[in-house]
Design a protein around this ligand. Structure first.
Ligand code: SF4
Length: 336
């Protein structure tokens, strides 16, 4: 049993996931370093935001935390138990407590099933309710997410994007989970609908005591829900801190660039957009030293050769950059 800090629900330690891919013309496979040694914790009842561009490893991290993927290395503890050591029976029991909300409500709902069957299916899978009891729970959950009970007999194609995401959320909460991975839950929705879904998620968190891992590709929606944020780049966490410290005092040049891309809904306030040069390098052959050096405005010689460590720069704020000014201990304890 690890030395778990009180009130920590999830803890990931040194998590790595490498994929072996085979090309058309090469017999020897290439290794994709999707997640490359990340550690973090999530306290009960909080939202931990994981942000980064496509291909940075954030969705793979979500799948690892749910054990939808096996890691190449590292551990994930849920309530103190290493989930990768649990047998099928124990893992099945645990799955009831861990649910997921997918990015694309259009693709994640079976078009041949009614809303009632979609929301009720997990209740049957986990042997929690059947028959009239199941019907009752389905209607209860639909009401919780703001769906009219008359919709239970309708099919997904009859709904708007926002309503479909409400169905996806209803399916996730039907089995009374304690932890939900929300993988870009609003990125495919109209801007006008996003706030409604985020508010719903926040209300459900408050009323049901949920803990979220909230995954997003930019920082614009993450602020509304997250208590703490980790910024990922090419499989590594490059900055982590409270939402306030990340937004008020971003230290990593990549975080600064992500923040500069957020539109401010006030014509009086101007923010200089930082345009990063080049594309995200391939995770098959990540750059030497600091992985961000090929795109960083402040890159120095040292950055190409020496990989920076994640260091504490303030209370609960750590950065992986040679320009970071350490406070106290040099290497960050990501568990605080
Ligand atoms: Fe930029 Fe160097 Fe910091 Fe990396 S270590 S973010 S290249 S300044």
């Amino acid at each position: 049993m690890p030395d778990i800090l009180p009130d920590i629900l999830i803890e990931a330690k040194g998590l790595k996931k490498y994929f072996l891919t085979k090309g058309l013309f090469s017999r020897r496979g290439t290794v994709v370093h999707a997640v490359d040694g990340i550690s973090f914790y999530i306290k009960r009842g909080e939202t931990f935001g994981l942000v980064g561009e496509s291909g940075c490893g954030k969705s793979t991290t979500g799948k690892l935390v749910l054990r939808l993927l096996e890691p190449t290395f590292g551990e994930v503890y849920f309530e103190g138990h290493n989930i990768f050591e649990l047998n099928r029976k124990k893992m099945r029991r645990l799955r009831q407590k861990m649910q997921v909300i997918f990015q694309d409500p259009f693709a994640s709902l079976n078009p041949r099933m009614t809303v009632g069957d979609i929301v009720g299916e997990p209740l049957e899978i986990h042997n929690l309710a059947s028959g009239a009891e199941r019907e009752e729970r389905v209607l209860e959950v639909m009401e919780l997410v703001g769906l009219n009970s008359e919709y239970a007999t309708r099919y997904p194609h009859e709904f708007s994007g926002g309503q479909r995401q409400r169905i996806g959320i209803a399916r996730a909460i039907a089995v009374n989970p304690v932890f939900i991975v929300a993988d870009e839950p609003v990125s495919s929705l109209d801007v006008s609908i996003r706030a409604q879904i985020l508010n719903l998620m926040r209300d459900l968190q408050k009323n049901l005591g949920l803990t979220y891992l909230y995954i997003a590709h930019d920082l614009s929606t993450i602020k509304h829900l997250s208590d703490r944020i980790a910024v990922m780049y090419l499989g590594k966490i490059v900055e982590t801190g409270t939402t306030r410290s990340i937004f008020d005092n971003p230290q990593h040049p990549y975080t600064q660039a992500l923040l500069s891309a957020i539109t401010i809904p006030d014509p009086e306030v101007k923010r200089k957009r930082i345009i990063l040069k080049g594309d995200v390098p391939s995770p098959i052959d990540p750059p030497s030293g600091c992985r961000f050096h090929t795109r960083c405005l402040y890159s120095m010689d040292k950055c190409k050769k020496v990989e920076p460590k994640l260091i504490d720069i303030a209370d609960r704020h750590s950065v992986r950059c040679h320009l970071g000014k350490p406070c106290g201990a040099q290497e960050a304890d990501t568990r605080r």
